[in-house]
Design a protein around this ligand. Structure first.
Ligand SMILES: Cc1cc2nc3c(=O)[nH]c(=O)nc-3n(C[C@H](O)[C@H](O)[C@H](O)COP(=O)(O)O)c2cc1C
Length: 442
């Protein structure tokens, strides 16, 4: 096996693992299972998932963000989980009930200011003993911007330039307290740039990690370039072996131009998993979960989001509508769009025709992102193959039950990864940078 520079690799790569707390999408299956009696705002739910992740020696716990309630046809979209608390607040509380687990907050670079956010992240880094991370997102749209009452948002092209300057400015602020600095000079900064023109004194001393870990989660060429220049971790959707390898090679290949090495950036796809005692049982369970995640109403609404047309008169168990989509209409607001709707419509029609699928079956099949399904041994095997063959450096696991969805993984899969020598058997450091093997900024 070779690394991206072609040098033979002699040792096994260590897998990095993170736990994603299920957010607003239709990931979570609210069933009567005792493992799903939590909620998206109840602190006991956060505690359970975080403490399970820490028992499993995970690198970090991850919270996504949405800055406006989603709407569909002018009404709040309430088929999924509705609303969620602010990430850094939740993570600050979790810092008190965990000891080593990294704590990663998604926070938007368009709707915040560097001084304020750098202060909050540095504070979390102090209070947690060096465990803070920031997932820098740039979305979304004018609809989200309305919540901020300052003329909405930024054009797409400007979002990453602002994000890049934001991260650079935050790092200047974190660096404004040099180690051993004279008190009289502490915190002095001046940043005169395109998006930010600020000068003053930063109020929080440098945290234990120097700079909190930076995560990036955008997929465009600009997003990948931003990650290569700036991020410590990329959170990606490319969860299949082939797509993963292509993404991995592409992003790692961009690092040298920024004076960075492949190991300076960890690539971690968001993945789901379903475990069973046999392969067949796991597949059966997975199918059942997909069925619960895509209710008849969710299937129709998913279709309406893409078609841009009210489809309420269609039967979810009947064929796809043969009417033409309205690509300019926006029935749904507040959801990040990832694909060209024309291409989606064409591929869904082809899929439904080829396999004779109903609306609901098409949505189930086409939107499935279940990555690892099988016995614990098969799942450990497959995950390890992904990492050892450079489709990923690790995974952000998205369980479908809240808050008990990680229990089985930690009890059954983690020990198998440890036996293979692919996963730590204890934490050797106390900071998130140490878990990730990342250098401390000078
Ligand atoms: C895996 C993944 C997770 C994301 N999570 C969030 C999120 O929690 N909140 C958010 O506002 N945007 C989220 N985004 C959106 C991205 O941050 C980004 O703004 C968006 O994908 C547009 O950038 P792009 O054109 O580079 O993809 C996510 C994107 C990806 C790929």
């Amino acid at each position: 096996m070779t690394d991206t520079s072609g040098t033979p690799r002699t040792s096994r790569k260590s897998i990095h693992l993170a736990a994603h707390f299920p957010g607003v999408n239709n990931t979570t299956v609210w069933s009567a299972s005792p493992r799903a009696l939590g909620s998206q705002i109840d602190f006991a739910s956060f505690t359970h998932l975080a403490q399970t992740a820490e028992r499993g020696l995970f690198d970090f716990f991850f919270l996504a963000e949405g800055l406006r309630l989603r709407e569909h046809q002018g009404r709040v979209h309430d088929l999924d989980v509705l609303g969620r608390p602010e990430a850094i607040t939740v993570l600050s509380a979790l810092a008190a009930v965990t000891e080593r687990l990294g704590l990663a907050a998604t926070v938007n670079a368009t709707f915040n200011e560097p001084y304020e956010l750098a202060r909050r992240l540095a504070s979390l880094d102090h209070l947690s003993g060096g465990r803070a991370a920031w997932n820098v997102v740039t979305s979304s749209d004018a609809f989200t911007g309305e919540n901020f009452r300052r003329g909405g948002f930024l054009d797409r092209a400007d979002r990453y330039t602002r994000a890049a300057e934001f991260v650079a400015t935050a790092r200047e602020l974190w660096d404004s307290w040099p180690p051993g600095a004279e008190r009289a000079r502490a915190g002095a900064f001046a940043h005169h740039g395109h998006h930010f023109d600020i000068e003053g004194r930063f109020s929080v001393e440098r945290g234990p990690q120097g700079h909190p870990v930076v995560i990036q989660a955008g997929d465009s060429s600009e997003g990948r370039e931003f990650a290569a220049a700036t991020a410590d971790i990329v959170f990606t959707r490319h969860g299949t072996l082939e797509a993963g390898r292509q993404f991995y090679a592409d992003v790692k290949g961009r690092l040298a131009a920024h004076g960075r090495r492949p190991e300076d950036l960890k690539i971690m796809p968001g993945v789901t998993f379903v475990l069973g005692d046999t392969a067949a049982e796991a597949q059966e369970k997975a199918a059942e979960i997909r069925h619960q995640q895509i209710s008849p109403q969710t299937a129709l609404l998913t279709l309406e989001q893409i078609w841009g047309v009210d489809l309420s008169r269609y039967d979810p168990d009947g064929p796809l509508p043969d009417i033409e989509p309205d690509y300019d209409a926006q029935l749904s607001q507040g959801r990040v769009r990832h694909a060209d709707p024309r291409a989606v419509v064409a591929s869904w029609r082809a899929l439904a025709e080829e396999k004779g699928l109903s609306i609901r079956q098409t949505v189930i099949e086409a939107t499935g992102r279940q990555s690892f399904i099988g016995t614990p041994a098969a799942v450990a095997d497959e995950m390890d193959t992904f990492v050892q063959t450079d489709a990923a450096d690790g995974f952000i696991l998205i369980p479908h039950l809240t808050p008990g969805g990680l229990d089985d993984f930690v009890e059954q899969v983690v020990p198998l990864l440890q036996e293979r020598g692919s996963f730590r058997t204890r934490y050797t450091g106390s900071t998130l940078r140490a878990h990730l093997g990342l250098a401390q900024p000078s």
